[in-house]
Design a protein around this ligand. Structure first.
Ligand code: HEC
Length: 143
């Protein structure tokens, strides 16, 4: 009898600790939060590339783990795009001076292509991540 009370108490302690631990875990980030975070990570990377430095990519949560704000961002095809982007982005963690600029440029192009179709609002801000565009032909800078 005493044993079974003890077992019951132990079980309750175990069950409540599982409950408490599961509730205090980190909340899942939204897709927008992850995108903003990535934007500032890429700014750091861009500055490093411009200074001919190689830096480690800051740790990141894949886009596929972000919670989207609307239902039409939960389709299989949109999720496949996010997953493809995640793979693309992770290529930036293998830093090699000769190819880093091209890989960086390809990642930023991917950001822009997806935004043109699904979320045009931030495109101007994303374009700031591109390397300086070449002067437009015919543009007169000095008289
Ligand atoms: C596969 C498509 C896709 C790719 C790739 C993508 N985005 Fe987004 N992005 C979205 C969508 C869709 C939203 C809106 C998310 C929502 O409403 O839940 C968004 C939101 C944003 C926002 C706005 C966040 C806010 O303030 O609400 C920024 C900034 C952003 N993305 C930047 C980027 C950058 C920088 C990249 C590349 C590193 C990128 N995105 C790659 C689809 C994409």
């Amino acid at each position: 009898m005493r044993n079974s009370v003890l077992i019951l108490i132990l079980f309750l302690v175990f069950a409540s600790s599982v409950y408490i631990l599961s509730c205090s875990s980190e909340p899942q980030p939204t897709l927008s939060e992850l995108m903003r975070e990535r934007e500032s990570d890429l700014k750091l990377l861009k500055a490093a590339i411009e200074n001919d430095e190689l830096i480690d990519l800051p740790e990141f949560v894949p886009f596929i783990d972000g919670i989207p704000s609307r239902e039409n961002l939960e389709t299989d095809s949109f999720r496949a795009e996010l997953a493809a982007f995640d793979i693309y982005y992770s290529t930036l963690s293998q830093q090699e001076a000769e190819t880093i600029k091209d890989r960086y440029t390809a990642v930023v192009q991917f950001c822009i292509t997806c935004h043109q179709r699904h979320c045009p609002g931030p495109i101007r801000a994303i374009r700031n991540l591109e390397f300086e565009p070449v002067d437009e032909p015919g543009l007169i800078l000095f008289d």
